[in-house]
Design a protein. Structure first.
Length: 1126
């Protein structure tokens, strides 16, 4: 139903035809409506449980005592006597367990009766009977109260069962607050429990009403200022409660309210129209039809054409009918008898007597003749949803009707066509399709201002949440089956037989729809949505080759169906405004939208994050198969096209709502957020378009190895998400701004690290740079040390300071076995690998005996979005077959590289973040080819390098799968968490090293007669560099601190910030330093050129700045909204 609210905001513009929304319909009892609504002075109603919502235990005790031959009054005396320490009160306060209470209560009752009393039998019967004998009148009253916006609560002296669960056989969804004595340790009539209930309801005592069947409980509540009502029987109590609340509690239509000021319609001409329509219908039928009724349940038959009159009205009994010779009644009443009846009406003015003639008003005739307050029997309310075609609930005597009209104002000729709705509902009435019975179409705008039609009110249930939380698992299956079945019925109607062959154009329905919504999107476009641009180009070349022709509902979804009040059968299909003739698969795809929407979506609740197996709801694939089976049609090959079109259509509608919001023409609560929602829907549409492209590609003739035909559908997430925050249990997390603030053991490690770099790394840098330019560059230099140590157990904060130090040399991370991609791959194995996988790969990686690479980036896709990858992973028996083209795979050329972490798609039909999986692939597997090294600014970074690779039918055992199918994107995200800190702090170290070289350089060089250090521009560069380095360092340390204390998810904003800031700062600092060195800074005699290239690479390697800035902006706006901003 939330989706309909968005449609409403869009439909406020009278020039558009889009769906309207219906609210839940319930079957009301046949009792009089409350007519005079006054302002209710109360905000909450509080109910006792036993004796109010359920049978009183005292009344139950009377019958039980008779059947068990226990002296009358024994149970009542046991429950009430003995003061606050009696067993019953201690049981109510939760001080006695079930078994303890039974023992004491049995003894107490036996003493009172002076005989053995099976008190445990009473308690068992109390819990059993009350469970199944709830009072329907009270339950209905609670629903009515809630429908009016008041809060409801249960305040009960209650107890724990033998299972240690409290005895609470109520529908908890009907109450905002439930206060139980056994849980609170205090019982009524203690004032504290009333105060507790009021606090939780957040209402004042004078704003609440309390219902109880015990006087002392009511007295205590009354002393606090609470309005009280003693319940002796449900009916009397409800009548009294109605007088306090000033609205009815036994006959209510939920989600209706007073007619909105701008939507008021004249009631006098409407009442006259109803009188004529209902009367004329009765006259022509010749059957027993209730024409017009008053408060007394009057039913007439053929009164205007002649026939028996119901004698239920007192004055009607005075009518005497002429008798025929055979004693039968004649076809018309005796005029003299009517006149005598008229004369007997006490107080009837002479001026009104003429109304009894044939030309008089039938409604007034009945009012005068029968004493039924007919003139006041018209009740008009508006459904709270529905702005496209305003929809009203009409109660006219005993008739319950629904009136749907065009909105006021200037409309396009084809907009808001209630005439079409009326036509199709009338045509389908006798086809077996459950639709409301239409009564009349009024095209005369002079009656209420616009054309309208009337139909019967359809009682029943509407389910707004597609997960159906209120139903049992087997019932959910029945609901989806019933929905599927009625959709098949609609699509199977013979349009010639029902006279609807001209109801719409024949053929090219999808093409026309795409053109319509494309124009609509362009007309309301406020900003560029990349996915929409791609879709607008994609659709024309991917239209269905052929289409079926049938009635298309146009807005077929679960909450447009009324289900039978007692059975899980569709009683009525609503909202036919968009109906036409077209391709029925559009209806099916639109019906399946919730399968791909999250459950917390603001416009329509979805199922994408629900466990459908546990809920017993058929999957989208199963639902489609059910449809094809019911209609006896072949499987739908281009199903993804129809899903893409459905989401495209929704995106276009949402964009229209957003533009109207910006123009100040849409004021709904959801309108402001529809801009982002339009982008979200467009992305989903493009996901399906991509899947359709995969399908077409897979069907193309291929001369290569067999390729998997993707048929597996997305299932629910079976395992919870994990928090992969790295923490040290020995360290209390705090923000450490310098190495001096580190724990002593980390300070010692930092000192050792610095001493080693001063002694070994820095002096060897030139030698290593020269080696990288030599013919033997693809062989590791003899200085490489494979015996690196590990297992320091550092927090992110602690390791950040060490990373800064290692970052001062581009070679240090590898020397200490802390370089990419190995560190990230080690983290993956630690977090997601099995014990066998860790033993096979992690141990040698940690020991420095082997190297590894991470194969994700591909040449044909924008790899900043990992969901774009095209490499495939297919399963064949007990192995996985890999095919793909990868490049920029760091470390792949290293002769020590023995392991590749390969990311590919296992299920392109799944949700976009669950399509990928990750496998451990030995580098010596047949089919892996490193085709060439790729240079970075001319640097090949030998011997590890960055390789371009191909995978052709590479086979690996199924044991090499990491974490599970569809978990690849999750692994990739977890892998990048701590690694972001490592890279960024290394960049801080790199900038510090460059600045140190600059200070040394400018202090010794002279230009234009004075040292460079005295030049104003040099000093400005030094100052600017220090400013930026300190800012970047503090931001990175903050991110490390947050990752240690609140986790990676909460630190997402800071992580995104440092990935933009740190490379930028490093680049600017190194560039200034190069400028100070002049041409020397560009050569290989200094680390500056290599440092510049490395910093520039990281502006892409960890994702382009544009991606991070988009994420930052999104989080910033979300945070602003959360703080109450615009």
């Amino acid at each position: 139903m939330g989706f309909g609210r968005v449609f409403q905001a869009f439909c406020g513009c009278p020039a558009r035809r889009v769906p309207i929304l219906w609210s839940p319909w319930h079957k009301p009892p046949d009792v009089a409506r409350w007519r005079n609504y006054a302002s209710c002075p109360y905000r909450a109603v509080i109910f006792d449980m036993g004796g109010v919502l359920f049978l009183s235990p005292y009344k139950l005790a009377i019958d039980w005592e008779i059947r068990n031959r226990v002296p009358a009054g024994t149970i009542k005396e046991a429950l009430r006597s003995g003061g606050e320490d009696r067993p019953w009160m201690r049981f109510m306060r939760g001080e006695l367990k079930w078994a303890e209470f039974l023992q004491e209560f049995r003894q107490q009752c036996s003493r009172i009766a002076n005989a053995s009393v099976p008190a445990d039998s009473f308690l068992f019967e109390l819990t059993r009977i009350e469970m199944s004998d709830q009072l329907p009148a009270m339950t209905e009253a609670v629903k009515c109260i809630r429908a009016r916006g008041l809060k409801t609560a249960v305040l009960t002296n209650n107890f724990y069962l033998e299972s240690e669960e409290s005895f609470l056989p109520i529908d908890r969804k009907l109450f905002d607050v439930i206060v139980e004595s056994c849980r609170e340790g205090v019982c009524k009539p203690d004032p504290r429990i009333y105060q507790l209930c009021l606090e939780r309801l957040d209402v004042l005592a004078k704003e609440s009403i309390f219902l109880d069947d015990i006087g002392q409980n009511l007295k205590a509540a009354s002393q606090l200022g609470i309005k009280t009502l003693k319940v002796d029987d449900a009916d009397s109590a409800i009548q009294e409660l109605e007088s306090y609340l000033t609205f009815p509690l036994r006959c209510v239509v939920p989600y209706v309210s007073s007619v909105r000021p701008a939507m008021e319609i004249p009631t006098v001409p409407l009442q006259k129209y109803l009188e004529n329509i209902l009367g004329l219908q009765a006259k022509g039928t010749g059957v027993d039809v209730p024409i017009l009724g008053g408060r007394r349940g009057l039913s007439l038959f053929g009164i205007f054409s002649g026939g028996p009159v119901s004698r239920s009205c007192k004055k009607a009994r005075e009518l005497e009918w002429q008798k025929g010779a055979d004693g039968s009644q004649t076809s018309s009443p005796n005029p003299l008898t009517l006149q005598s009846c008229k004369d007997k009406m006490e107080g009837t003015p002479n001026s009104m007597r003429g109304l009894l003639g044939p030309s008089g008003s039938r409604g007034l005739f009945l009012t005068v003749l029968l004493g039924c307050d007919f003139a006041g029997s018209l009740e008009l309310q508006q459904f709270s949803h529905g702005q496209s075609n305003p929809t009203y609930y009409v109660r006219f005597g005993d008739h319950q009707l629904v009136l749907r009209k065009k909105p006021p104002g200037k409309l396009l000729p084809s907009a808001h066509a209630v005439e079409r709705e009326y036509r199709i509902l009338k045509a389908l009435r006798d086809t077996g399709i459950p639709v409301p019975k239409v009564l009349a179409l009024c095209e005369d705008s002079s009656v209420i201002g616009t054309p309208f039609y009337l139909m019967e009110y359809s009682p029943g249930r509407i389910f707004k949440d597609p997960s159906l939380p209120e139903l049992e698992p087997h019932q959910r299956t029945e609901v989806y089956s019933a929905m599927n079945s009625v959709l098949c019925q609609i699509h199977s109607v013979n349009i010639q037989t029902v006279g609807l062959e001209d109801y719409g154009k024949h053929g090219n329905y999808v093409q026309r729809q795409i053109q319509t919504w494309s124009k609509q999107y362009r007309a309301t476009e406020t900003h560029t949505i990349p996915a929409m641009e791609r879709l607008l180009k994609w659709f024309p070349s991917h239209l269905p080759a052929s289409e079926q022709l049938s009635i298309v509902h146009g807005d077929f979804r679960l909450d447009n169906l009324i289900f039978h009040p007692e059975k899980l059968e569709v009683a009525a299909v609503l909202d036919w405004e968009l109906s036409t003739l077209g391709d029925p698969l559009c209806d099916v795809a639109y019906n399946c939208l919730p399968y791909f929407m999250p459950s917390d979506c603001s416009i329509i609740k979805g199922l994408s994050d629900c466990d459908l197996n546990q809920l017993a709801i058929p999957s989208a694939e199963a639902y489609l198969q059910m449809y094809c089976r019911h209609r006896d049609i072949p499987p739908v090959d281009n199903w993804h096209f129809y899903m893409a079109f459905s989401f495209f259509r929704v995106a276009a509608i949402l964009q229209g709502v957003y533009k109207r919001f910006l123009a100040g023409q849409a004021c709904s609560a959801t309108a402001k957020s529809t801009g982002k929602l339009a982008e979200f829907m467009a992305d989903l549409a493009w996901d399906f378009a991509t899947k359709e492209g995969f399908r077409i590609f897979r069907e193309l003739p291929s001369s290569g190895a067999p390729i998997r035909t993707f048929r597996t559908w997305a299932g629910p997430r079976l395992l919870p998400k994990r928090d992969y925050t790295t923490r040290s249990p020995a360290s209390e997390p705090h923000l450490v701004l310098s190495p001096e603030g580190l724990p002593s053991r980390v300070q010692e490690l930092h000192h050792k690290l610095k001493r080693f770099m001063d002694s070994h790394i820095y002096p060897s840098e030139q030698l290593l740079r020269d080696h990288q330019s030599s013919p033997s560059r693809w062989t590791p230099h003899s200085l490489s040390d494979p015996e690196a140590k590990y297992g320091a157990g550092l927090t992110n904060m602690e390791y950040a300071h060490l990373s800064e130090l290692m970052g001062t040399s581009v070679y240090a991370p590898e020397v200490f076995n802390c370089s990419a991609p190995d560190t990230g791959n080690m983290e993956v194995l630690v977090r997601y690998g099995t014990e066998a996988q860790k033993e096979r790969w992690l141990v040698p990686l940690l020991e420095g005996k082997i190297r590894s690479c991470f194969a994700m980036t591909e040449p044909q896709v924008a790899s900043s979005d990992a969901t774009n990858i095209e490499a495939s992973i297919t399963r064949e028996q007990d192995t996985y077959v890999l095919n793909g083209h990868k490049w920029w795979i760091s470390g792949s050329l290293d002769p020590r590289c023995q392991l590749c972490l390969f990311m590919g798609k296992t299920n392109p039909e799944a949700q976009r973040h669950q399509q990928q999986s990750m496998l451990l692939v030995p580098m010596d597997s047949p089919g892996i080819t490193v085709t060439r090294p790729l240079s970075v600014f001319g640097l090949e970074d030998a011997p590890a390098g960055h390789g371009e690779m191909t995978f052709e039918n590479v086979r690996v055992p199924q044991e090499n799968l990491l974490l599970g199918l569809g978990r690849g994107f999750e692994i990739a995200q977890g892998r990048l968490g701590p690694g972001r800190i490592h890279h960024c702090m290394r960049l801080i170290g790199l900038a510090e090293r460059a600045l140190a070289l600059m200070k040394e350089r400018v202090s010794t060089r002279v230009a234009f007669g004075k040292p460079l250090v005295e030049q104003g521009t040099i000093r400005a560069d030094l100052a600017e560099s220090r400013l930026e380095i300190e800012q970047a360092r503090l931001l990175v340390l903050k991110a490390a601190h947050l990752m240690d204390t609140v986790g990676n998810k909460e630190a997402a904003l800071e992580i995104a910030l440092i990935k933009v800031v740190a490379p930028r700062v490093a680049l600017r600092v190194v560039d200034r330093v190069i400028q100070a060195f002049g041409a020397a800074g560009l050569g290989s005699d200094l680390p500056l050129a290599q440092a510049f290239a490395w910093a520039r690479v990281l502006r892409l390697a960890d994702g382009p700045d544009e991606v991070h800035k988009a994420a930052i902006a999104k989080m910033e706006l979300k945070r602003q909204v959360g703080l109450g901003g615009v």
